[in-house]
Write a protein that binds this ligand. Structure first.
Ligand SMILES: [Zn+2]
Length: 144
């Protein structure tokens, strides 16, 4: 009753990042072959707590850049949570969160954007489900 148990990970609903088909995966599933497009997709969460440069990091799970970690490149994930540094192109399917220690530069695309006080955002931002693609607004939020 409310106890955390490691033996029963929740199943979750996701969408294939390649064809957008609906999928249900177990809580600890690391990758599956999509039954709609037959391509292998990464469903794991990625925690970046080191320096990481990638052309593209794509997952249907989450990407978390921890404090002390730096990620450079293009990121596509459900939720992108930044406590360290992220430079490049960030594409969140659900939300991009920049916590107080986080710094994001480059381009940001997210239906929801959450920025903690103290966070740094120096990026072209396109946020909100209704934002038309041509309305990319360069934006600077800097707090000392
Ligand atoms: Zn698919």
């Amino acid at each position: 009753m409310g106890l955390f148990t490691k033996t029963a990970p929740l199943r979750r609903q996701i969408h294939c990042p390649l064809c957008a088909g609906p999928l249900e995966v177990g809580g600890r599933t690391q990758s599956i072959v999509c039954p709609h497009c037959n391509r292998s997709i990464d469903t794991s969460d990625h925690v970046i707590d080191y320096y990481c440069a990638k052309r593209l990091l794509e997952t249907s799970g989450d990407v978390i850049v921890e404090r002390g970690g730096t990620l450079r490149g293009e990121v596509k994930a459900s939720r992108i949570i930044v406590r360290g540094k992220l430079y490049g192109v960030a594409r969140a399917r659900v939300v991009l969160e920049i916590e107080a220690t986080g710094e994001v530069g480059g381009e940001v695309f997210a239906p929801q954007l959450r920025i903690a006080e103290g966070a740094v955002l120096q990026a072209a931002v396109r946020a909100g489900a209704g934002a038309p693609p041509q309305l990319a607004v360069p934006m600077q939020v800097l707090r000392s």
